[in-house]
Design a binder for this molecule. Sequence first.
Ligand SMILES: *Cc1c(COP(=O)(O)O)cnc(C)c1O
Length: 365
Amino acid sequence: MVIMIPFINLKAEYRSIGKELDPKIHSILENGFFVLGDEVRNFEKEFSDYMDNKYAVGVNSGSDALFLAIRSLGIGSGDEVITVSHTYISSVDAIIRNDAKPVFVDIDKNTYCMDSSHIEEKITENTRAILPVHLYGHPADMDSIGEIAEKHDLFIIEDACQAHAAEYNGVKVGNFGDLGCFSFYPTKNLGAYGDGGMVVTDDSELAELLRQFRNYGQTQKYYHDFQGFNSRLDELQASVLRVKLKHLDYWNNKRIKIAKIYDDHLNDLDLVLPVEMEDSKHVFHLYVIRCKNRDRLKEELLKKGVQTQIHYPIPVHNQKAYENFDVKLPVTEKVCNEILSLPMNPFLDDDEVIYICEMMEDALG
Ligand SMILES: *Cc1c(COP(=O)(O)O)cnc(C)c1O
């Protein structure tokens, strides 16, 4: 028998919740109302209740959540936003699309999140905001980032696209900034069956502004008070997300259990395993190890039927799309050659995880 362990398993997810989902999807098709309706409104309410914030505004992707969050704070041309390069491209692109300038800070080698000890040296008179990323499901160092933001009067925009329900000091991420941004890309801890995103905030004015921005600046039907965008969440995705939100805690707990099995079995190998800082709750969107001979390990695992990925092979500041970043980020530039994301999803069973660990032992032993 050929063993094949996929990195993500959305078919298994659908098999487990299809019975619950199918009638909801069917009723939306029958109702014939598809964009910004009751499903979106209810999901926004349920999401903000779950995340413990006052307002949630559904948009069409995590990328647009970040883009509109920056826009709603009035950040644009001539402004600088401090962020990281070790992230998915859209954390940075959201800044550039607003004509603002991303200023990169290196990452902490343990958490892979922004190294807050390097933030202040990057602050100039043009700095308007800090945009930390809770990468892989681990919270960024929000105490320090909060203190620095307060001292220098900067906004905080959290990229929580990989960290649904991760916690810092017992508080869910997305609540530390002026605005928190989430993605519902299908493979995220909470994913739609297509694109989707959300901005959360406790500020009613920002929430209202975001509602208008996502719908062409519309205040009443066909009355547009300012220029906006088409960035709406649709009813089908919202209905899928409403069903899946109820499973999120269970699924996150499964991820945490799987991480524990990995930890226990990989402990003796010549690898750097993920860490969870003392005040943090990691929700393991990804289980990322570091290995000197990463490419060989990846190949060996694939031969044994184990799919792995690299998040991310090229830091954003070195992407071909952007040619003008003249910055040295030693930790970022080093870890991207060593990191490997092992299969991680709530539908892996223990035997599969143990098999993966055995294959790692074979490859490295
Ligand atoms: C997925 C992701 C995004 C963008 O989300 P989309 O919904 O794919 O647009 C932004 N930042 C990070 C860190 C992500 O992982």
